[in-house]
Ligand binder design. Structure first.
Ligand SMILES: [Zn+2]
Ligand SMILES: [Zn+2]
Length: 103
């Protein structure tokens, strides 16, 4: 995955900062949200995806995250985004789940 993947919507190829973005959610176990993949897509683009699969990595998803705050997203560099993703995954307990869920 290149840094560009984090900054560009893979559906419309426009900058993620040009619209509201979401990440893809594969499942929710109790209060833990499981991300389908590490990618961000415009919320408006992601809701049109049929079937519900990430256009970048083809991960199946069941719903979208709440729209992410634009200021938050645009204020981050790619490097910070990647770090933030790792932190988010850790916080949400993804590391504790079987690796098979993400293969
Ligand atoms: Zn888009
Ligand atoms: Zn993906």
């Amino acid at each position: 995955m290149s840094a560009d993947d984090l900054e560009t919507c893979s559906v419309c190829l426009d900058a993620l900062s040009s619209g509201t973005c979401s990440f893809l959610v594969s499942d929710q176990i109790q209060s833990v949200t499981i991300r389908a993949c590490p990618h961000f897509i415009h919320t408006a683009c992601a809701v049109k995806l049929r079937p519900r699969k990430c256009p970048l990595c083809r991960a199946h998803f069941s719903r979208l995250s709440a729209p992410l705050d634009q200021k938050w997203l645009s204020s981050m560099t790619s490097e910070e985004l990647v770090r933030g993703l790792r932190r988010l995954d850790g916080l949400r307990g993804v590391a504790r789940l079987p690796a098979a869920m993400f293969s």
